[in-house]
Ligand binder design. Structure first.
Ligand code: FES
Length: 82
Protein backbone atom coordinates (compact mmCIF):
# COMPACT_ATOMS: atom_id res chain seq x y z
CA UNK A 1 0.00 0.00 0.00
CA UNK A 2 1.25 3.45 -0.84
CA UNK A 3 2.13 5.63 2.11
CA UNK A 4 0.09 8.71 2.87
CA UNK A 5 2.28 11.74 2.69
CA UNK A 6 1.92 14.23 5.52
CA UNK A 7 3.41 17.58 4.56
CA UNK A 8 4.00 19.89 7.49
CA UNK A 9 4.46 23.53 6.62
CA UNK A 10 7.46 25.01 8.35
CA UNK A 11 7.16 28.43 6.75
CA UNK A 12 7.28 31.31 9.21
CA UNK A 13 3.54 31.84 9.76
CA UNK A 14 2.90 28.15 10.37
CA UNK A 15 6.08 27.59 12.31
CA UNK A 16 5.39 30.28 14.90
CA UNK A 17 1.78 29.16 15.30
CA UNK A 18 2.69 25.62 16.20
CA UNK A 19 4.11 24.04 13.07
CA UNK A 20 7.37 23.48 14.90
CA UNK A 21 5.68 21.05 17.33
CA UNK A 22 3.99 19.22 14.50
CA UNK A 23 7.33 17.97 13.26
CA UNK A 24 7.25 15.66 16.27
CA UNK A 25 4.12 14.05 14.86
CA UNK A 26 5.99 10.88 14.05
CA UNK A 27 6.70 10.31 17.74
CA UNK A 28 2.99 10.44 18.54
CA UNK A 29 1.68 8.26 15.77
CA UNK A 30 -0.10 5.13 16.90
CA UNK A 31 1.91 2.04 15.91
CA UNK A 32 -0.60 0.99 13.30
CA UNK A 33 -0.06 4.25 11.42
CA UNK A 34 3.71 4.45 11.61
CA UNK A 35 4.28 2.27 8.59
CA UNK A 36 1.49 3.91 6.61
CA UNK A 37 2.54 7.52 6.57
CA UNK A 38 5.52 9.54 5.52
CA UNK A 39 6.09 12.84 7.33
CA UNK A 40 7.92 15.59 5.51
CA UNK A 41 8.51 19.27 6.21
CA UNK A 42 7.93 21.90 3.57
CA UNK A 43 8.61 25.55 2.99
CA UNK A 44 5.54 27.83 2.93
CA UNK A 45 2.68 26.01 1.22
CA UNK A 46 1.25 29.35 0.14
CA UNK A 47 -1.91 28.99 2.21
CA UNK A 48 -1.09 31.51 4.92
CA UNK A 49 -1.71 34.27 2.41
CA UNK A 50 -5.39 33.40 2.27
CA UNK A 51 -5.69 32.62 5.94
CA UNK A 52 -8.98 33.64 7.54
CA UNK A 53 -10.48 33.14 11.01
CA UNK A 54 -11.85 29.83 9.73
CA UNK A 55 -8.65 28.76 8.10
CA UNK A 56 -5.60 29.51 10.18
CA UNK A 57 -2.01 28.31 10.31
CA UNK A 58 -0.43 25.95 10.94
CA UNK A 59 -1.32 24.21 7.70
CA UNK A 60 -0.60 20.57 7.04
CA UNK A 61 -1.38 18.49 3.99
CA UNK A 62 -2.52 14.91 4.32
CA UNK A 63 -2.20 13.58 0.80
CA UNK A 64 -3.83 16.39 -1.14
CA UNK A 65 -6.17 17.52 1.61
CA UNK A 66 -5.30 20.57 3.67
CA UNK A 67 -5.79 20.72 7.41
CA UNK A 68 -5.74 24.15 9.01
CA UNK A 69 -5.14 25.02 12.67
CA UNK A 70 -3.39 21.68 12.71
CA UNK A 71 -2.51 19.89 15.91
CA UNK A 72 -0.95 16.47 16.33
CA UNK A 73 -4.30 15.11 17.53
CA UNK A 74 -6.20 16.65 14.65
CA UNK A 75 -3.83 15.18 12.10
CA UNK A 76 -4.01 11.71 13.65
CA UNK A 77 -7.82 11.73 13.79
CA UNK A 78 -7.88 12.87 10.20
CA UNK A 79 -5.62 10.07 9.02
CA UNK A 80 -7.67 7.51 10.94
CA UNK A 81 -10.86 8.67 9.24
CA UNK A 82 -9.49 8.24 5.78
S1 FES B 1 3.88 29.59 6.22
FE1 FES B 1 2.62 27.86 6.12
S2 FES B 1 1.36 28.19 4.43
FE2 FES B 1 2.71 29.87 4.46
Amino acid sequence: MEKTKITICTGTACYVLGGANLLELEDFLPDELKSKVEVVGSACLGMCKNASPDSKPPFVKVGNEVIHSATVQKIISYILQR
